[in-house]
Design a protein around this ligand. Sequence first.
Ligand code: ZN
Length: 162
Amino acid sequence: MEKELGLDFIDDYNRNYLHGDLGQKRFAAKWGVSKNLIFANNLRGNRRSWFQMLNLPKKDSQLRSTVPGRDLPACECCGEEIPLDKAHWKEHEKGGPYKSYNLINLCPNCHRKLDRGDSEITHKCRKILLFREINNFNTKDYTEEKAETLLSICENIILERR
Ligand SMILES: [Zn+2]
């Protein structure tokens, strides 16, 4: 099945659904199938959905505990487990997009420091973002298009907040 669906699907799932801004419905529409076929936990007739077959990770919002105060995500910068802000790396006002490569989950304290231009926090956030985004990117199979995308993501991270 993995071969049939191809790595393109997994890559697309990671980039546009898991770390991107497509919801389940729009992502399924992109692949021309029903949302259930990709995401359902119990398809009829004991069939398994694609994300079950491929054992793909769930999105944060699917994982997040419904019990308040438990399993809070940690600040990517200091590790503090409190409700986090999604901080824009390239500022929203400057046209920074609401995309994984431009967002970093920070506690309010680190967020404030970042926006004040604290050099230590800025440097740390730059490293974290760059490391995370390169890891998230499937760099195994080179294509011009992917390399171009990766380059522009890295440039956004490296050149902003200088
Ligand atoms: Zn923090």
